[in-house]
Design a protein around this ligand. Sequence first.
Ligand SMILES: *Cc1c(COP(=O)(O)O)cnc(C)c1O
Length: 409
Amino acid sequence: MRFPELPSFVTHLECGMTGERLPADTIHNLSPQGYPILVRYDLDGIRKVFTKEKLRERDWSWWRYREMLPVRKAENIVSLGEVVTPLIPLPRLARELGASGDLLVKDEGRLPTGSFKARGLALAVCMAKELGISKMAMPTNGNAGAALAAYASRAGIETVVFCPDDTPAVNMNEIALQGARLYKVNGLINDCGKLVGAGKAEAGWFDTSTLKEPYRIEGKKTMGLELAEQLGWELPDAIFYPTGGGTGLIGMWKAFDELEAIGFIGSKRPKMIAVQAAGCAPIVRAWQGNQRHAALWENAHTVAAGIRVPAAIGDFLILDAVRNSNGFAIAVEDAAITQALHDVAKHEGFLLCPEGAATYAAYKQALAEGRIGKGDRVVLFNCAAGLKYPMPEGGQPLDRHGAINYSQL
Ligand SMILES: *Cc1c(COP(=O)(O)O)cnc(C)c1O
């Protein structure tokens, strides 16, 4: 892949809560008020030079949207061969559920490190390189740590990663193999986050926690850009997003506003639907209670480790997007997640990750309750490759020396 010199359209950064203007090209974590920071661009400038025609000549990776991304120098791009992830229809299951609209899954498992965390962390690492950061630390439920380790090692940046000690083994091992110093903590992701916060001054780490640096959102924004282009610049009726820290939901919502500002799409927006597990549903509870922020969820548990996030620092940004889109937040039981994973694998030949399965379970529930129309075009997110997760043992032993009744096999 070749990267011609990048035009740069970032004008400034701003506090996601107060809108206070902050300078670009300098290191930031949270805003002075303690909220996530958003990156702002000269959208009129982008509108003048960035056209749909221009996209036709470009490689199918998120760098095709480079005018809308924050990296200023091509030499700071760190790449592991990113792809535009496909939209895979589930026609058989849609028919069984009585839906006539398209049911599509954006399969993020095709990305480097096998999850959509690659989007956010790739951009965070590119910007860390651009800003001269040499040590990055983060708490993770698995996939974020893996993506950070991979991209940072490729950029020559040191990483220290903390995960709950019951994180899926494959995640812990890939993080360590890809060059991070990994610590397995007897606690949840918010406990790991506290360790990063407590140690960063002494150890000289840059805190790369979800939404505590400005650029992961920009990476996750590319999901919205791709989706719009893949659907012919016509957004779907609803997006079901498995919500932990909510970076992707916030990023896509930002993408849609920016696409409208540069004249690529109109004002139609999908319902943004935040999907959580019943055993860890702080955003659902806040949405139902009409709260601006989500209180910490005690005793969080779910089979979908990627969305086991008891407290999200960008809670108000998630809730704003859900409300402004006329969407909703919905919780699904672990049993429904597991059932969904089996159904989609068996009937559509598509092995989802548990978090992706949660979006199918939520779709099924919302359709049955009439919260989603049968004719709606819906996009679900499969955030990671199903192969990264433990699977139930399958198959039966067969004695090749014994008598085999072939018609019974
Ligand atoms: C991180 C993660 C999520 C949640 O994504 P956010 O954008 O942080 O809400 C969902 N599923 C998987 C597999 C993840 O790794």
